[in-house]
Ligand binder design. Sequence first.
Ligand code: PHE
Length: 346
Amino acid sequence: MSASAQPSLRDEVGKAREMALGAIAGAADSMGLRKVAAELAHKQSALNAVRAQLGKIADASEKKLVGQALSEASGAIEQALAAREAELSAREFADQVARERMDLTEHLSAPQWGAAHIVTQATERLEDVFIGLGFQVAEGPEVETDFYNFEALNMPASHPARSEFDTMFIEPFSDDHEANTVLLRTHTSPVQIRVMQSWKPPIYAIMPGRVFRRDTPDATHMPVFHQIEGLVIDKGITFAHLAGIIEAFTKAFFGNDFTSRLRPSFFPFTEPSAEFDIRRANGSWIELGGCGMVHPNVLRAGGIDPEEYTGFAFGFGIDRMAKERHAVEDIREMYTNDLRFLRQFS
Ligand code: PHE
C-alpha cells in the first residue's frame, strides 16, 4: 500500500461522516430518520466499508489514526441521531396535540330560549284561575285500572256508556278480574276517585292531565289529548254552586264579556248531568265540557258518605281551549312540533 493511499482512508471516513451527518439533518420525520439510521448500521455503509479494511492497514500508527477517526465518526453520528430523534419526536408530538385539540370553550352567542307549548300555557292559565278560586291541583296516573276509569265511576262491566270511550287497553280485557284490567285512562275523572280516597272533605280540586282514546286524528280530534277535571265535595253543595263556579271561571278565564250556559245531558258518574257552553262576545257558542252533581255511587266508591256530603264535578278539553284561543284551524298542527308554527305562540 502506498503512503498516499493511507490518508485517503481517513478522507473516506471524513466524507462518510459528513454524508451521514447530512442525511441525519435532512431526515424530515422520525420515520425517515429510522431509515437513515438503518442504512448507516448496514454492513455495506461507507463507514463499515472502511472499518472492514482496518485490518489490512500495515502501518500501525496509521491504523490507529484511521481507527480513531472511525470511532470519532461513529460517536458523532450516534449523537446526531439521538439529537435529531429528540427534535423530530418533540415536533411530531406538538403537531399531534395541535391536530387532536378539541375546542371545549362555550359558544358565546345569544342563547336560544324555548317556550312552553300552547297546551302547557293553557293548562297553567287554567290552574292559575282555579287556584284563584280556592282550588288545589292534583294529579293521577295516565295508566289506570278499569276500576278507576270505569267501575268506581258508576260504570260496571258491560255498562253501555263504556262504549262511548274508545279505550286503549294495556292488557287484554279479562273476564275474571275486569276491575284490574290495565288501560290508558280515557278521561281525567278517575282522578276524582283517587282524590276522594286520599283527601278528606272539604275537597276543592282540579286535576289536569293527558288522556287517551282510540280516535283517528283529524282537524278536531287527537288520540292523545288533555283534560282538566274539577271536583268539589263539601256539606250542602248544590247544583247552583256548580253553575256559579262555571260562570266565575268563564269570566275569569275568557273575560267579562263571556258567559256560560248549562244544557241537560247524561254521564253515569253525575246526576243530574249537564254540558256547558261558553258564549263569545259575538253571540256564538263554544261547547266546552261535561259536569254534574257527583253520583252517590261515586261518592261511596271514593269512601265518602253521600248522606253527609254532596259535590259536583266537571271536565273539559284543554287542547280545544288552546285551539279556540289561538284560532288554530287544525288541532294536529299543535303536535307536529314544527317550530315555525309553535314560535307564533312563544
Ligand atoms: N269525563 C267526562 C268526559 O270525558 C267529562 C265529565 C267530567 C263529565 C266530570 C261530568 C263530570 O267526557
